[in-house]
Write a protein that binds this ligand. Structure first.
Ligand SMILES: Cc1cc2nc3c(=O)[nH]c(=O)nc-3n(C[C@H](O)[C@H](O)[C@H](O)COP(=O)(O)OP(=O)(O)OC[C@H]3O[C@@H](n4cnc5c(N)ncnc54)[C@H](O)[C@@H]3O)c2cc1C
Length: 222
């Protein structure tokens, strides 16, 4: 949950952060409001980090800033490797995605929603320029409002009613370490690497008895 990037994302991101904070009062999804820190390790990275600062300033958001190396280390003393500084977006937050999803599924069910897993939506239905429902592997559902939240697969569903949705897929690997002592609360990123620490790193997200494995490509690189 980040409040930096493209300015069009700022209003929904701000609203989403407030809603997640409200939900955290009775939800257990490991929320951490530590902000995002993007390290600058070389001079050429400065323009890339300056971009989000300028974009934030254009929309009146003043919290997103560039920090020098000393200020960066004040905020995150365990960052001992040489760095030039960092771009900080202090309002950002993270949570445990599967726990956040489970929380909202529970709330939707409590509000009377029907939740179906493993059911592929195959086609959107529309008439006279209005969505009227969706056809799925389990049958057709008619509805006055249809929300398509299929992530990077959204263009495939949109195409079934002739809509073109442009996306920019980004592929990253995400390994998980054994629990380690608490070191930082920020989501830490450099260009090409990112890390965040769970607030209670006593449990693994891997199923009991399984050994967390790195994807083949990452294993070869290490
Ligand atoms: C490794 C990794 C790390 C990330 N880290 C961060 C981070 O630190 N902070 C951050 O803000 N974002 C992060 N992101 C991005 C974030 O995960 C996505 O922006 C977010 O999950 C998008 O949510 P969504 O609900 O739109 O789509 P998704 O989470 O992709 O959910 C789409 C769902 O739709 C289902 N679906 C697709 N097609 C169909 C169909 N035809 N019928 C039925 N179901 C369908 C899919 O199975 C999926 O469950 C990360 C992404 C990755 C991959």
């Amino acid at each position: 949950m980040r409040r930096h990037g493209h300015s069009a994302e700022f209003p929904p991101a701000g609203e989403a952060l407030e809603l997640w904070q409200e939900a955290a009062v009775d939800g257990d999804f490991e929320p951490v409001n530590g902000g995002n820190l993007y390290f600058q390790t070389t001079d050429d990275e400065l323009p890339t980090l300056q971009g989000p600062v300028d974009e934030a300033r254009r929309t009146g958001a003043t919290g997103v800033r560039l920090l020098d190396a000393d200020r960066t280390r004040e905020i995150i003393p365990c960052a001992t490797s040489p760095l030039r500084g960092a771009m900080r977006s202090p309002a950002d937050a993270v949570c445990r995605p599967e726990k956040g999803t489970a929380y909202h599924v529970r709330r939707a069910r409590d509000a009377g929603a029907h939740v179906a897993y493993g059911v592929e939506a195959t086609r959107l239905l529309e008439a006279d320029g209005q969505f009227t429902g969706v056809t799925t592997a389990a049958g057709t559902t008619h509805a006055p409002t249809v929300v398509v939240a299929a992530g990077v697969w959204t263009p495939y569903l949109a195409k079934t009613v002739g809509l073109r949705v442009s996306i920019m897929p980004v592929i990253v690997s995400e390994p998980e370490t054994e629990p380690v002592e608490p070191l930082f609360t920020q989501a830490v990123r450099a260009l090409g690497f990112g890390a965040r620490q769970r607030p209670r790193a006593t449990e693994s997200s891997s199923p009991p008895g399984s050994t967390p494995r790195l994807p083949t490509r990452s294993r070869r690189q290490t």
